[in-house]
Write a protein that binds this ligand. Structure first.
Ligand SMILES: [Zn+2]
Length: 451
């Protein structure tokens, strides 16, 4: 089956322009079986010269859907067809870009009618849509509207099919999917059927044991990257992979937590050999002999509740510097390093008073990082529409998570939580998340304080 597609846009580059209209004509090569056509709100202003060319004005698209709203339906229609267009890379590029933004991967085989016409009707001076149609006696109704151009392209495509034959035309279809090395125990369909959604995936061995787990915003895309031939040597032993499983998580944060949890409980062979699991860092405070509180970044100690965890050493170090600066803490007393260059610093004379000042400021700095103590719920996207994911955090530890119906009242949310063990990895992830959430004003998660 073929999908003859034409789009109208606000400009030539998908990075800086949007789609104003799309038409897809589904044909089996003999007859048209379905037509899909709609105006779209492009998300970019429509330049006047474009309106003059296409007749599509800003006002006409104001009440049209945005691409994301039609993405699922359009993907369902197009994903298993050969994508046909006049200068196919233009239309396909725009549509792939929009699908990608909407969270769909879209890699259909493609076919360009410019190339087809060159082969079927050689020696013409121009293969532009207008010219080739008039040479072939095809009348374009509504030139430069998606429907008009798509129907003309469709008629031209059928003429090419008659001229070249079905088999020859199919041979000219090009794959847009990057080549992957499929594990010998699997077939490519199993990979193609993985969801375009956020979650964790598992490469499993012959006995069902987890060899590797990873998290992804788009599971299928990420798994394909593992097997991508062009990326060169894959670290994976493909012949040992007998099954690919996945678990949908709905959002990135829950994918991260689930991955950490799986690694912690299963110790998958390839994860463990690849990197040091659990080598997280934390800021600790402890008093020196003279009573001054010292702050130090160290490896996170398992089971320790006193440190403030960070996923990376750099994060811990940067936060520590910022704490000292923001709370006017003497760097020499706090870190025992170098000389103090702070003018009028309380460290000039070490008295009872400077001791009290110092320790008070250190405690305040720590408190300011830990204001997310106690019980918090984080609400994020669920695995499907109408569902939300909920994560319960108690005193900085991830107590558990679950999924719930979107409009469930806040006080009932805790009941959907499935308890999880407290591990340093999930503590570090959630600490990083809460710190970042504080500094971002556009946050896809909702943070609910329970006390
Ligand atoms: Zn000082």
């Amino acid at each position: 089956m073929f999908a003859i597609v034409d789009i109208e846009t606000t400009g030539g580059n998908p990075m800086y322009a949007g789609i104003t209209e799309i038409c897809a004509i589904i044909t089996d090569g003999n007859k048209v079986v379905q037509v899909y056509e709609t105006l779209l709100k492009p998300g970019y202003p429509i330049p006047r010269n474009i309106t003059a060319l296409t007749g599509i004005s800003q006002a006409m698209t104001d009440n049209a859907p945005v691409f994301a709203e039609i993405a699922a339906q359009l993907h369902h229609l197009l994903h298993d067809k050969i994508f046909v267009a006049h200068n196919v890379n233009f239309d396909l590029g725009f549509i792939q870009n929009e699908f990608s933004k909407a969270g769909f991967s879209f890699h259909p085989p493609k076919l360009c009618t410019v190339k087809l016409c060159r082969k079927a009707f050689p020696g013409r001076c121009s293969y532009s849509l207008g010219n080739i149609c008039s040479e072939l006696g095809i009348v374009i109704q509504n030139r430069h509207r998606a429907g008009g151009d798509a129907f003309a392209t469709g008629e031209m495509f059928h003429k090419c099919l008659n001229q070249l034959g079905h088999a020859e035309v199919l041979k000219m279809a090009k794959s847009t999917q990057r080549k992957i090395a499929v594990p010998p125990a699997l077939n490519e369909d199993e990979i193609n059927n993985l969801p375009d959604a956020a979650g964790v995936y598992f490469f499993k061995g012959q006995k069902g044991e987890i060899l590797y787990t990873g998290k992804a915003n788009n599971i299928q895309k990420r798994v394909r990257q593992h097997f991508d031939v062009k990326r060169g040597k894959t670290a994976l032993q493909l012949e040992r992979i007998h099954k690919i499983d996945y678990q949908l998580c709905g959002n990135e944060l829950l994918s991260l937590l689930t991955e950490a949890h799986v690694i912690h409980t299963h110790w998958p062979e390839w994860n463990v050999s690849g990197k040091h699991v659990g080598s997280r860092y934390a800021i600790y405070r402890f008093p020196t002999q003279s009573g001054y509180l010292r702050l130090q970044t160290e490896k996170f100690r398992k089971g320790s509740l006193s440190g403030i965890p960070f996923p990376r050493f750099r994060d811990a170090k940067q936060t520590l510097s910022r704490m000292l600066h923001e709370h006017d803490i003497c760097p020499v007393l706090a870190r025992n390093c170098g000389q103090c260059h702070v003018r009028g610093c309380y460290c000039e004379t070490l008295t009872e008073e400077s001791l009290a000042t110092h320790n008070k400021r250190v405690e305040e700095a720590i408190m300011s990082l830990q204001e997310h103590k106690n019980r918090i719920l984080v609400k994020g996207e669920g695995r499907k529409t109408g569902e939300k994911a909920v994560i319960l955090i108690e005193n900085g530890a991830v107590a558990g998570w679950g999924f719930t119906e979107e409009h469930r009242p806040e006080k009932e949310l805790v009941s959907c939580i499935e308890p999880k063990p407290d591990i340093p990895e999930t503590r570090a992830i959630i600490a990083g998340f809460l710190r970042q959430a504080k500094s971002e004003n556009k946050n896809p998660y909702q943070i609910i304080s329970l006390n």
